[in-house]
Design a protein around this ligand. Sequence first.
Ligand SMILES: Cc1ncc(COP(=O)(O)O)c(C=O)c1O
Length: 421
Amino acid sequence: MLDISEIRAQFPVLDQQVYGKPLVYFDNAATTQKPLCVIERERDYYLHENCNIHRGVHYLSQKATEAYEHARQTVADFVHAKEAREIIFTRGTTESLNLLATSFEHLFLSTFHSPLSTDSQLSTLNSQLKVLVTAMEHHSNLVPWQQMVQRHNGQLLVVPMDDKGVLDLERYEELLKEGPKVVSIAHISNVLGTINPVKEMVAMAHRYGIPVVVDGAQSIAHHPIDVQDLDCDFFVFSGHKMYAPMGIGGLYGKAEWLEKLPPYQFGGEMVDTVSFEKTTFNVLPYKFEAGTPNVGAALGQETAVQFLQSLDRKEVETHENQLLQSAIQQLSAIEGIRFIGEAENRSGLVSFIIDGIHPYDLGTLIDKMGVAVRTGHHCAEPVMTRFGIPGTVRASFAMYNTLEEVDVFVKAVLRAATMLR
Ligand SMILES: Cc1ncc(COP(=O)(O)O)c(C=O)c1O
């Protein structure tokens, strides 16, 4: 059994009062808190190891390089990548997705266009530039692809969802037949909590020869990830949502795809040889890591992974699911409540609105009672449009939360609802 009080002891930030009330932190989908071991790892790096990597012959540089590459191997093992070079360190999910959208754009253009193409041939080719996303994407997995296709008069295809927040797989199959060049889908919706059947969706896309990107921002901290089992071509994530520091995250890509894609940013480290006439690029993974990386945060991310590996992940899942079920069951009794996202297969967050009450007002009031939740559109405006609402209140859980905190949260919501009605 998970020892929650032992886990909480590793997160000092939780042990504080806000407005004279014990903090209840239910904003974990935005960012998780960091355990002491992660904070200490980063501090230790700056105290004893700080150095730029890959470039120095001296002791400190070699030590930092070794530690950084060790972190890459640890992350690769954590997601079951075949090889460490399939892991690119980035600033997080958003940067990973921008990297992919930009590199795919250049790949398509270089494959599509020959110098002999006429203007009309070009415009026909460009209109074939389609990318498929779903109706529940975070802006980070929507806007980079949208901007990319719009630059070429291409098209963003969108898989719709039903009123419970479940994707329409029949429509997905039809859209695959329209020939998108890439499919990019959330593993878990940050608004609805829906766990999408990504393994099945990957297999379907592969039947049409289409590569699949999985946005794992909301899944990696809560469920074991096996990229080889999912068979996805790319998997992107943010460290700060998985108990690691801010400013670090990653991109897993199958080596054959990463080899094929052109680099995203240019500069030091990602090059092999440079002259004024020509530049050749470094091998994987360095080809995609231009400039000095956030070494301290990468080491913190490794420690966060080791922290997760030290726990029974099944027990973490069960605990977070208990928190979710308790919240849903207690909130259901509130008059006028409407849940946004009621898929059967869902992860540890609950989004809702209450008739006649603006989510922002509710969130502001319960904050004064010590409860931190997120209100608004959660960077997923099309989801709000789909459900015809301005925003939701979202409570999202992590391993250190307790059933008692769920009770405090529900009481706070009830009290605020009574005050606001
Ligand atoms: C599903 C999903 N994708 C992408 C992101 C963007 O993550 P980041 O801001 O860490 O880059 C988030 C953040 O909330 C998310 O929930």
